[in-house]
Design a protein around this ligand. Structure first.
Ligand code: CUA
Length: 335
């Protein structure tokens, strides 16, 4: 009987370890990695998944076993035996979790200090979060500003992250990089992108009605492509429609407004389709053009029924150049 119990215990232990290893190796929960820090982060993540799987199966397994094995028999009205304490059992279930937590904690700190290294030739990108867009500024490139993040493959980048309203969180899953964007504070994050491609940027902190649409894209490209982008974005396209699309994209209008021409479908803010037709009738004595212009610069001036005040950024009068505002208004008039 005793031999059988030992044999069973060994079998269960092996099964638990096997399940943990399988979960650690087999579960692919993260997207393909595209930055230098990804390997260390993924390894830590997989080890944690493995440990968590073993603990989960052990605890839930013991629970289910106890419920089935020791459930009350019919007609048995007696109380259970009066167990007072069991020092060795309590030591085991306190010490083992404590050791696991300490080991994982030390390992996590080692990974953290290994990935948070500064580099000599790093490029600084200022990340400004606001409800519900991302703005990326490049101080080295004449303070160029964009709603799309462009990076050079292999060149370290230091993000200086802040927010202009509530707390957001800057998250690029493919880079395994995430940091809170906190108002009145600049948080730093150093990453080296290692793979060419387009990677989604998300907001990882619930920040308001359009949190889920607070998306952007990181484009990792060659140095030549990056330089071409810098040269290109500094000037507005010549074609008026292209220029309008460019400004609409640059300021992230599509996060909240649907516009067929741009392929955006968000319903957080008023629909921009057909705006040219209705803009002139919204407010008495106000031309369509003037209505659109005022609505961009001062979103609280004329609220569309059904939409709350304060959702749209109030600072386009400071951020948008006159030329950008003019092409945007002309573009929206044509919708
Ligand atoms: Cu910004 Cu969620």
């Amino acid at each position: 009987m005793r031999e059988r119990t030992i044999f069973l215990l060994i079998l269960v232990t092996l099964a638990l370890i096997g399940a943990g290893v399988l979960a650690a190796i087999g579960l692919d929960l993260m997207p393909e990695a595209a930055a230098d820090r990804a390997q260390a982060v993924d390894q830590l993540f997989r080890i944690m998944i493995g440990v968590a799987t073993v603990v989960f199966l052990l605890v839930e397994g013991a629970l289910v076993y106890a419920v089935l094995r020791f459930r009350v028999k019919e007609d048995d009205q007696s109380s259970g035996p009066p167990v007072h304490d069991n020092v060795s059992l309590e030591l085991v279930w306190t010490l083992i979790p404590a050791i696991i937590v300490v080991v994982i904690g030390v390992y996590s700190f080692r990974v953290l200090s290994a990935i948070e290294v500064t580099a000599e030739d790093e490029m600084v990108v200022e990340v400004v979060a606001r409800q519900f867009t991302w703005e990326f500024r490049y101080p080295e490139y004449d303070n160029l500003s964009s709603s799309q993040l462009h990076l050079v493959v292999g060149r370290p980048v230091r993000f200086e992250i802040t927010s202009e309203d509530v707390i957001h969180s800057f998250y690029i899953p493919a880079f395994r990089a995430k940091r809170d964007a906190t108002p009145g504070q600049i948080s730093e994050l150093v990453v080296t992108p290692t793979e060419l491609g387009h990677y989604p940027i998300r907001c990882a902190e619930l920040c308001g009605a359009a949190h889920a649409t607070m998306l952007a894209e990181a484009v990792v490209e060659s140095e030549a492509d990056f330089d071409a982008w810098v040269a290109n974005i500094a000037s507005l396209p010549d074609d008026p429609t292209d220029a309008g699309r460019f400004v609409f994209e640059k300021y992230g209008c599509g996060a909240c407004h649907s516009l067929e021409d741009m392929g955006t479908t968000s319903t957080v803010g008023p629909d921009m389709n057909g705006l040219g037709q209705v803009a002139g009738e919204r407010v008495a004595d106000l031309s369509a053009e003037e209505y659109i212009r005022q609505s961009v610069l001062n979103p609280s001036a004329h609220l569309v029924e059904g939409f709350a005040d304060g959702l749209m950024p109030q600072d386009f009068d400071q951020r948008m150049t006159d030329a950008e505002l003019n092409v945007l208004v002309a573009y929206l008039l044509n919708q």
